[in-house]
Design a protein around this ligand. Structure first.
Ligand code: SF4
Length: 754
């Protein structure tokens, strides 16, 4: 038993909220050293997956300002508006400062103590499970909390509470990439390092408005001194398309046919890398047969791209003298056929040998600050550490390291997010726990979420704000500390693990999610099962042990300080030449010298597959493909426009829970909802710029103002995803492999309102 847990038990009995809230008791509430004095603490940003490091400037124990770190290998002294305003959003009057219980629908929620909140959490969910069965309670997690917290959450929910079904909001952004990589490479392994932006000769950006969604990565690309061709493939003339060397304005969801046409041309011209294909891949011959039918001419109607343009791009991608990298984000992932589209990108990189070398790679850029942590450690789709719930040896390993009974580990993965929502609708799920996410705003076909909410017996929301659309409907609200008010680690898009620090006190009685989980586990009666999870750092050590032998092995990391010294560390970093069962106990002199040698040869930027060995059983990457499927909801006479959705500006983040709390950020995006509409379409419908209009799909009607722009093609319109009403329109289609929702294309009509 860890010393701290032992001490707590001897001195205090059970872990109570009173103890957690009291400062300086047994180290639990003690301020970190960097808060005792003025000075500077570094922390990875808590918005997006770029993972910039910020220097927080402290005065009398509180962060009072920040500047981007100049020596961190990610952002090199840069930050986007959200990062600059990271502290401002902590000070909102909307912060949840005490647990709130809503007992009666027509009465306001009332403040209760933490101990009572934990008891109610336990009593209510246990009652639901006793009435409807163990699987009648589910959880929806997030990519916004540190890895240590999300692993604790997934472990407590599944191994302690006996919950089988839990998913994360990462399902909405990255599930497609996860499945695409897993199937093709044998593990969810984005292969690149950000340096590849600077080392490419040809950069293909597909469904990625990099300049807006990942502005610091765009700046990294701008540092490329190789005079690269930058090709943007996107239905819209986005900010990124406008500064690219080439823009291919594909039709909405014309991406998969276009990618097959590119492969067709490269194979027809015999411009493939035969040696690489023979030595390191499986399935190429079948794929070559398959794409015979996808000539540029045959695919033009679906892709919208002229054959000559396709031929020219195919030549560029397959030029053996050029380093080609292909990057994608939500335009690919949020699709009814996202997995096969992502794999069509992977196929192109494999057939041209553009992988495992500087400036190459099929590279998915993830979304949230810790989506990558969630992908490995949330304990939802895969068992902790990228393991498999169905694999007995994986279950045994997790059981042994965490010292939990093996029978507590489910033998199958959870239902996906949409299946959980369907489970609520069908009455199979009656209790829901939502942590740091806002499905009442972000879920596709939003009105369905509002409808099924009414079928829940008990909804718990754990969030830093009481004002999110989901928090406002909660039966029980648990106030959580935010980024800046707690410690831990995030993993960024290029697999870099970096630390975040506590530089502010959480307001009122808000607790870190880690402390909330300790409290809830204790109230549930399984606190002893999680005694090893005594602090975020102790949890990190458990995660390291769980990673041992996996592609994401991080047993070589020597704690948080090592991460800070190295400017973050990309996985994998296994322990070389040293056999240790508990990797982060004090290193012996022998170990220390080995580590010192390794540190001296440590490279701060590392890409995967330099040896061309993949994680599949035979070490070979796989070609995967299917014929393109029809659009789930094509346009028609009644609904003649295709609605595209996406990021509005670099000052906005997802459902705006945080970014709308900053007066600076609010000035950087339009105050009103604007629909991008092509002037020709506007003419036809008698609509002028800034006219009030209605936008209707088969699921609902919303109002906005018209923004006439040629950035969208005729027949297509665009809405930013940040406005709560946008998802009243979206059509609930899901990729069959990843079950990621398709937010990018549904049929709508647009009318001028009187
Ligand atoms: S680019 Fe992302 S990580 Fe960097 S400052 Fe902006 S929001 Fe933060």
């Amino acid at each position: 038993m860890p010393a701290l847990a032992k001490l707590l038990k001897q001195k205090t009995g059970p872990l109570t909220a009173e103890l957690l809230l009291r400062p300086n008791d047994f180290g639990l509430g003690k301020l970190p050293r960097n808060l005792e004095t003025d000075g500077t603490a570094s922390s990875v940003c808590g918005f997006c997956s770029t993972g910039c490091q910020l220097n927080l400037h402290l005065h009398q124990g509180e962060a009072v300002g920040l500047t981007p770190s100049t020596d961190y290998p990610v952002n090199l002294g840069m930050a986007c508006p959200k990062g600059w305003e990271a502290l401002a959003v902590l000070d909102s009057p909307d912060r949840a400062t005490a647990p709130l219980l809503k007992e009666f629908a027509n009465e306001p929620a009332k403040e209760i103590s933490w101990d009572l909140a934990a008891k109610i959490f336990s009593d209510k969910f246990k009652k639901v499970q006793a009435t409807y069965g163990k699987d009648s309670v589910a959880f929806i997690s997030t990519g916004q909390i540190p890895t240590e917290e999300m692993a604790f959450l997934g472990s407590f929910a599944k191994f302690g509470m006996g919950i089988k079904h839990g998913d994360g909001n990462t399902r909405q952004c990255m599930a497609t990439s996860v499945v695409a990589y897993k199937q093709a490479f044998g593990f969810d392994a984005p292969p690149y390092t950000y340096g590849d932006f600077e080392q490419s000769d040809v950069v293909i950006l597909m469904g990625s408005n990099l300049a807006i969604a990942h502005p610091i990565l765009y700046q990294r690309l701008a540092r490329n001194k190789r005079n690269p061709d930058i090709v943007v493939i996107d239905p819209r003339a986005t900010e990124t398309a406008q500064i690219a060397t080439q823009h291919l304005a594909i039709k909405s969801k014309g991406d998969l046919p276009l990618l097959y046409a590119l492969a067709h041309c490269i194979i027809r011209e015999d411009r493939v890398d035969h040696d690489f294909l023979r030595e390191h891949t499986d399935g190429f011959d079948d794929f070559a047969d398959f794409v015979k039918n996808y000539s540029p001419e045959a695919t033009q109607e679906k892709s919208g791209i002229a054959p000559a343009q396709v031929e020219a791009l195919a030549k560029l991608i397959s030029d053996p003298t050029k380093r080609v990298s292909m990057w994608w984000t939500m335009g690919v992932n949020q699709s009814h056929e996202g997995v096969r589209t992502a794999q069509a990108i992977i196929n192109l990189c494999l057939m041209t040998g553009n992988i495992g070398k500087p400036g190459t790679g099929p590279n998915s850029i993830t979304g949230q600050c810790n989506a990558m942590g969630s992908r490995l450690f949330s304990n939802t789709t895969s068992l902790l550490g990228g393991h498999d719930f169905a694999n007995p040896s994986h279950r045994e390993k997790v059981s042994r390291i965490l010292e939990i009974p093996e029978e507590n580990i489910p033998r199958e993965p959870s239902w996906a997010y949409d299946q959980i929502i369907d489970g609520i609708e069908s009455g199979k799920i009656k209790g829901l726990w939502v942590i740091a996410t806002n499905p009442a705003h972000s879920w596709i076909n939003q009105s369905k979420f509002h409808k099924v909410r009414k079928k829940l017996d008990f909804l718990v929301v754990q969030d830093m704000y009481h004002s999110t659309e989901t928090a406002q409907t909660a039966d029980l609200l648990l106030p959580a500390a935010s980024w800046g008010e707690k410690g831990g680690t995030f993993i960024n898009s290029e697999r870099r693990i970096g630390t975040l620090k506590q530089v502010r006190h959480a307001p009122g009685q808000a607790l870190s999610d880690f402390r909330i989980l300790q409290l809830l586990a204790n109230a549930w009666g399984c606190g002893e099962m999680f005694e090893k999870w005594s602090s975020p750092h102790a949890a990190f050590e458990l995660l390291q042990q769980l990673s041992e032998g996996q592609p994401c092995d991080i047993t070589g990391i020597q704690g948080y300080q090592h991460l800070d010294e190295q400017g973050g560390i990309q996985w994998p970093l296994p322990t070389f030449n040293v056999q240790r069962s508990t990797p982060n106990i004090e290193a012996s002199p022998l170990e220390r010298s080995t580590l010192d040698v390794r540190r001296s040869t440590f490279k701060s930027e590392r890409r995967l597959f330099e040896d061309h060995k993949f994680y599949t059983p035979n070490g070979r990457a796989k070609f995967l493909f299917d014929p393109p499927a029809p659009l789930p909801e094509p346009t028609c006479e009644a609904y003649p426009f295709t609605l595209l959705t996406g990021r509005g500006t670099s000052a906005q983040w997802h459902t705006q829970s945080r970014t709308n709390k900053s007066a600076v950020l609010r000035k950087l995006y339009p105050a009103e909802l604007l629909l991008d509409l092509h002037p020709e379409d506007a003419d036809r419908h008698g609509i002028a710029d800034r006219d009030q209009i209605s936008i209707s799909s088969r699921r609902g009607t919303i109002t906005a103002h018209a923004h006439l722009t040629t950035n969208v093609s005729p027949g297509e319109v665009f809405l930013p995803m940040h406005e709560g009403s946008t998802n009243l329109l979206t059509f609930p289609a899901f990729d069959p492999h990843s079950r990621q929702p398709s937010y990018k294309a549904c049929a709508v009509k647009v009318l001028k309102t009187p």
